[in-house]
Write a protein that binds this ligand. Structure first.
Ligand code: ZN
Length: 220
């Protein structure tokens, strides 16, 4: 039996009864490191007169969660464009141009402008850098799809755990919490799709192996 016991935009908990823990754990791992989301990957800094080094600024930008429309984009390595900078199918351009006046100011995620409104910071209030009088920051950034296996900035979950209710009855609860790029429910559904694909691929390989072994034994 599988039952959704808690669900909100950011969180989902599902109870699995009668399934070995390995299956539940496979979903947990796939949700964490194989469901793709968007994150800033390349940054071209035109101006940075803040005290923050360019590398630190670029690193901070990578960690800002971006809303991700599932299946609208393809991974750059799988895109037909084969271009190092990508194309509208495999990347989104974001830019920022802020100059502080007399009072100085904090540059936040809300200052980032996206060429595609479906891919933008999930909150406008994430601080990026503090500018004092006359300092400025101007950059272009490319967001791309990636997975948590490549870098933690592409991890769609903050929490992905399996809780044991009664292991003798194979009774477990899978809990997922989203960083905000995708609804928690979509992370789970996508993890299920990916697991299903893996099982199909494995099934095909085993089928091929079996056919090969059968042919061998009939010759032998
Ligand atoms: Zn492309």
């Amino acid at each position: 039996m599988i039952e959704v016991i808690e669900q909100s935009e950011s969180r989902i908990a599902v109870r699995f009864i009668g399934y070995p823990i390995q299956y539940v754990n496979a979903l947990r791992r796939i949700a964490m490191v194989e469901v793709p989301i968007m994150a800033i990957d390349d940054v071209i800094i035109y101006e940075n007169s803040s005290v923050m080094h360019d590398e630190v600024l670029a690193h901070r930008l990578g960690l800002i969660p971006l809303s991700t429309p599932l299946h609208r984009f393809v991974r750059q390595e799988e895109c037909e464009c084969k271009s190092p900078l990508g194309c509208p199918r495999c990347r989104v351009l974001l830019y920022l141009d802020v100059r502080a006046d007399e009072k100085g100011r904090v540059v936040t995620s809300g200052d980032i402008v996206s060429e595609d409104e479906s891919v933008r910071p999930i909150s406008d209030n994430i601080p990026i850098v503090t500018l004092v009088k006359n300092q400025g920051v101007r950059f272009e950034a490319y967001a791309r799809l990636g997975i948590g296996k490549m870098h933690a900035k592409w991890q769609p979950t903050t929490v992905s755990i399996v809780r044991e209710v009664d292991s003798s009855k194979d009774d477990y609860i899978l809990e997922l919490e989203s960083v905000g790029s995708l609804p928690a429910r979509d992370i789970l559904l996508e993890a299920i799709n990916i697991l299903e694909e893996k099982i199909t691929t494995l099934g095909d390989s085993i089928g091929g192996l079996k056919a090969y072994a059968d042919a061998k034994s009939s010759i032998g």
